[in-house]
Design a protein around this ligand. Structure first.
Ligand SMILES: Cc1cc2nc3c(=O)[nH]c(=O)nc-3n(C[C@H](O)[C@H](O)[C@H](O)COP(=O)(O)OP(=O)(O)OC[C@H]3O[C@@H](n4cnc5c(N)ncnc54)[C@H](O)[C@@H]3O)c2cc1C
Ligand SMILES: NC(=O)c1ccc[n+]([C@@H]2O[C@H](COP(=O)([O-])OP(=O)(O)OC[C@H]3O[C@@H](n4cnc5c(N)ncnc54)[C@H](OP(=O)(O)O)[C@@H]3O)[C@@H](O)[C@H]2O)c1
Length: 451
């Protein structure tokens, strides 16, 4: 059985950053990043890039702090939204630049992970040829990992609600994740009509893909009852032109932007978003099964499970168990956080209140009891429900406006400088971006690595 110091499951933004950050701190350790997709990138893997896919983020806001997205290399200009292809190329280049591209094993699906009493993991994996995690086909094998990071993404599994009568529907019924497979349908004359269900960004993209080819699109959006129209003054409302078209007006957010998180989509299309062939309508909800009830996992600072068993062995973390529009920066900081946590080198160490499997190398005296960290974890767990009632907050951590305070929390855990702008005025007027976190690895190494 192959033995590795670290296995990361998932080769998207978070998995790649977790592997790279761990490698920087432990250059001699063996690592593997496994992903059932056929190429690097997670959401931005090659086979998932449907026509017209671009990031919501503008250039300069969706890049790792230590790997700027050079416009001349990735064919993207400032004030543009990077295309799916540019992001795939960028993430591939990141793995190559930091020397772990050959440690990424695509086409490998993790079927199960068994935690050993004294620490370490036995993973059962299958080499897949069909990229379908539900029914992966191929050879099964086992591997041993001393540490495990799950970076399987919040959007890598499709959620398909059941629709009454779908078994008798004789046309393709597919999730946006498979839009590329059906890309020909956007040009084929045989496609006479499309129905798109859902009112968020994926639905927008599907409507655009078909609508711009002149294919009539019936767009069905779940109506939210007992909510209210709120007059929003935000830039996004104006830029998205909700009042420019009667169909567009139907998409206007139901609640204030203040209570909306990552579903707050951006119009990033080359041509007019709505053609005359698109009609939006509200469904009455009774034809479709309701959402599956989910609640966020109990993770310390959205990363580390807080059961004494996992804290004792310090060999398991989640990367990317949150959704926000600063994914690249968060992935970078979380990667460093996880590497420091595994080494017992967090200043605010969640394992402080229990005896761990190895000597803790914390640089400050323990101050957190197990009760403290469990209490704090529950507070974080409930936060989204109250802060973002109009979004996914109750199901998983999903925040937009609170991302800088979250990054501050991780920086404080790492013992690094939280306020990084060099003055109070800049601190309140200058938005934080990747450039503010360029040096955190060096800063951390100078302070803690040798201790
Ligand atoms: C189409 C689309 C566009 C988006 N655009 C933006 C944007 O513009 N800006 C933004 O901030 N966010 C955007 N997001 C949100 C996006 O989820 C995050 O930005 C980011 O890509 C998440 O990265 P990740 O590494 O957490 O997960 P992912 O990119 O989803 O990667 C997870 C990987 O884990 C793999 N995996 C899962 N289970 C297993 C298993 N059992 N075995 C092996 N491998 C497994 C999956 O194959 C996948 O490749 C978008 C999401 C989608 C779906
Ligand atoms: N950069 C890009 O271009 C891009 C592209 C795609 C996705 N994304 C990002 O990826 C993330 C996920 O976006 P997403 O659009 O795929 O998913 P999403 O934001 O979760 O939206 C899902 C949509 O489906 C609807 N829906 C879910 N269950 C339903 C049911 N049972 N019946 C009727 N309608 C139902 C939801 O309605 P309710 O609103 O009523 O719940 C919502 O409108 C977001 O962060 C988004 O910004 C970005």
């Amino acid at each position: 059985m192959e033995e590795l110091d670290l296995v990361v499951v998932g080769a998207g933004w978070y998995g790649l950053a977790a592997a790279k950050q761990y490698r920087e701190i432990n250059p001699e350790h063996s690592i593997a990043i496994v992903d059932y997709a056929s190429s690097i990138g997670g959401v931005w893997a090659e086979h998932r890039l449907y026509p017209g896919l671009k990031s919501n983020n503008l250039w300069g806001t969706y890049e790792y702090p230590d790997f700027p997205m050079d416009p001349s290399v990735f064919g993207i200009q400032p004030r543009q939204h990077p295309t799916g292809q540019a992001l795939h190329a960028y993430l591939t280049a990141y793995a190559k630049k930091f020397g772990f591209f050959d440690n990424v094993h695509c086409g490998v699906c993790v079927l199960s992970a068994e935690h050993l009493e004294d620490g370490g993991w036995i993973l059962t994996v299958r080499s897949v040829t069909n990229s379908d995690p539900q029914e992966p086909q191929g050879e099964e094998s086992r591997m041993f990992a001393r540490k495990l990071v799950l970076a399987t993404g919040m959007t890598s599994e499709p959620f398909l609600p059941r629709i009454k009568g779908q078994a008798d529907f004789d046309r393709p019924l597919f999730h946006i994740k498979d839009l590329l497979k059906y890309a020909d349908a956007t040009t084929s004359k045989s496609v006479r009509r499309m129905t798109v269900l859902g009112g968020s960004k994926s639905a927008w993209d599907a409507v655009y893909a078909y609508g711009r080819k002149g294919i009539p699109v019936d767009w069905v959006i779940r109506a939210i009852t007992n909510t209210f129209w709120h007059v929003l003054g935000s830039d996004v409302i104006t830029l998205n032109g909700y009042d420019s078209h009667p169909e567009m007006a139907k998409l206007k957010p139901w609640t204030s932007a203040m209570f909306t998180a990552s579903t707050f989509s951006i119009l990033n299309y080359d041509t007019d978003f709505l053609s005359s062939s698109v009609t939006a309508a509200f469904d009455s909800d009774d034809q479709i099964t309701p959402d599956t009830a989910l609640s966020p996992p109990l993770l310390y600072h959205f990363i580390a499970p807080v059961s004494p068993r996992f804290l004792r062995t310090r060999d398991f973390a989640f990367a990317g168990g949150i959704m926000n529009f600063s994914a690249a920066i968060c992935a970078h900081i979380q990667g460093l956080w996880i590497a420091a946590y595994f080494d017992g080198k967090l200043v605010r160490d969640p394992t402080a209140g229990i005896s761990t499997s190895g000597p803790s190398q914390r640089s400050e005296p323990a101050s957190l009891s197990l009760e403290d960290i469990q209490y704090e974890t529950i507070l974080y767990n409930r936060f989204g429900r109250w802060r973002y009632p109009a979004d996914h907050g109750a199901k998983f951590p999903d925040f937009v406006f609170d991302v800088v305070p979250y990054m501050d929390v991780m920086m404080a855990d790492l013992g690094l400088q939280v306020h990084r702008k060099g003055g109070w005025f800049k601190e309140i007027t200058d938005p934080y971006g990747p450039e503010d976190y360029v040096d955190i690895n060096d800063e951390w190494r100078r302070k803690f690595a040798e201790k």
